[in-house]
Design a protein around this ligand. Structure first.
Ligand SMILES: [Zn+2]
Length: 123
C-alpha cells in the first residue's frame, strides 16, 4: 500500500497526503510509541499530545500496538481537506516485524486476531 506523498517544489522534501481525500494539509494530533521486546508480556506505551507526555506499562494484549510482537508507533492525524469530517482522526502506523519496518494507514490486527507469525498482515 502506497501511503501517498508528493514532492514539494524546489526541495527534496515529500509531503504526506491524506488517505481519505488526498490533501496535504494534515495535522499531527497524538503520537504513541510502543516499546516491547519480542513477545514481552508488558508493553511500555508513551503518549505525546502537544507538550504532554505520559508513559505507562500495559499488558501487551491490551496495548493496541501496530506490531504484533515488537516495537510500534502511531501518529494520529486530522486533515483540513476532510472539512466535513475534520474531527475524525486517522492513524499512520509503523511496526517492526522480523527485521522489517512496515508503514501504512489505519487498521492493524491484534495479537488475538493474528493466526500465525507467517500470516502476519499489518494493513
Ligand atoms: Zn483529508
Amino acid at each position: 500500500m502506497n501511503i501517498g506523498m508528493y514532492e514539494d517544489m524546489n526541495s527534496d522534501i515529500y509531503a504526506l497526503l491524506c488517505p481519505r481525500c488526498g490533501y496535504n494539509y494534515m495535522h499531527h494530533e497524538k503520537i504513541m510509541v510502543y516499546a516491547r521486546s519480542e513477545d514481552e508480556k508488558e508493553t511500555t506505551v508513551t503518549t505525546i499530545v502537544g507538550r504532554d507526555v505520559v508513559t505507562k506499562k500495559v499488558p501487551s494484549s491490551e496495548a493496541n500496538n501496530p506490531s504484533v510482537r515488537r516495537h510500534g508507533l502511531t501518529i494520529t492525524f486530522t486533515c483540513e481537506g476532510c472539512i466535513d469530517k475534520f474531527k475524525d482522526e486517522f492513524e499512520l502506523h509503523l511496526a517492526q516485524h522480523k527485521g522489517n519496518t512496515y508503514i501504512g494507514w489505519g487498521e492493524f490486527k491484534t495479537e488475538a486476531e493474528s493466526e500465525t507469525e507467517d500470516d502476519y498482515e499489518l494493513f
